[in-house]
Design a protein around this ligand. Sequence first.
Ligand code: BES
Ligand code: MN
Ligand code: ZN
Length: 495
Amino acid sequence: MIKISFADMATPKGEALLVLTGEGKTLSGVAADLDAKTEGALKRAAKAVGFSGKLGTTVDVLAPKGTTLTRIILMGAGKGANLDTDKLEKLGGKVAARLAKNGPKASVVVGDIKGLSVSVEEAAAHIGLGAKLRGYSFTKYKTKTKPDEKELTSLVVRSSVTTKARRLFGPLGKVGDGVLFARELVNEPANILFPAEFADRLKKLTDLGVKVEVLTEKQMARLGMGALLGVGQGSVRDSLMVVMHWNGGKKADQPIAFVGKGVCFDTGGISLKPGGGMEDMKGDMGGAACVSGLMHALAARKAKANVVGVVGLVENMPDANAQRPGDIVTSMSGQTIEVINTDAEGRLVLADALWYTQDRFKPKFMIDLATLTGAIMVALGQEYAGLFSNDDKLSERLTEAGLETDEKVWRMPMTDKFDKMVDSRFADMKNVGSRYGGSITAAQFLQRYVNDTPWAHLDIAGTAMNSPKSDINVSWGSGYGVRLLNRLVEAHYEG
Ligand code: BES
Ligand code: MN
Ligand code: ZN
């Protein structure tokens, strides 16, 4: 974890200093001042390695004369055509990575960056957020490697607009906390993070002003949630549903709602998954983690919106009491489901969670997130989440928020023909379609639990976990979706 703070351009003492510089032949601003102070050491170093300020390139000067700094690092910010908030966050990530082993404390100077498409204070704040996101790693179970005393734990972002930058970072840093909260939940193994533990961690959101309700199996049974309960019946861990409320909007305002798949571990159940890679199924609660991280972010930054977050928490295990292929369960909606494959369990959990949310809250819209199908990874890789929706406006807004935050979504088709593919011989529907279009038939199944409410389903199996390393994330769980949905709320549903 890196603590981010803000200060002026004064040269610090006894630490590493990274100066961001635009692309060009000469050093300017702070870099030029430091060059003078160090009797031309920066220019000589830049010349020696052919540094010209290209994005992400660096040059180091160790223990420079005329200062008490341990090192000065020049880092290129490029020609900076259209450096927007997303690119600045990535740059902040690069800064944190470059300073990672240079002592517990360091500074970055946001000086002469060219081509900013936002103000300098916004640039400084987003660089801070990028560094914060990059600074997270999941090491709590490593007992042999002591934390390195040279590990960066505190980064000072220096600019000429300290106060404004600090103020802007306020809400951004809280969104960052929400992302890290989601990542931590995804990374935790399933022997630690089972439904009850997950719910306990969500109860702590009350400190931020979130109202947290926990529905027990008994309560869910009374509500008729046979689909969700069927999934959890083979586990010794009780299933739970957690309902989170953040009321930051006007009293009479209908809420917006987010629903998450929280399968704390997915063995496949009696339709057991193959062994290889099964350990990844500890991340099958990525949808629930995202909803939780989002609630954390919205509450912490006191978003002016009424928001409901609902997560269905279960463990899908094979057991003498587990549900069988061919079993028919009755969902809260009254519709019956033939369980052809117990490994298509996420849609069973969501069927009841969606219906409950729509029925109880009559939300303006519902967005569900789920690590729902392997097929979405075949279609979209790890770059895009699959977007399925009954509403063009909501889809457009999600697509736009995705481009702005680089948490991208790609809309997939939904049609009557795909819907028919989940008709069952014995019940109202079955929980799998045919071999093809697996992500689409899964979405069609979910849509049978949505009436006229504008709704979107995000299949995040490819984006939530097992994440490729990036400038702003080196952890297995990405926290995908928190920044995306925070952006959606901020842009369209506040005030
Ligand atoms: N949790 C899995 C989907 C998944 C797979 C997420 C890989 C992340 C990585 C889901 O419950 C599942 O098992 N889906 C099946 C559906 C099939 C049985 C119709 C799948 O995708 O194979
Ligand atoms: Mn499954
Ligand atoms: Zn699953």
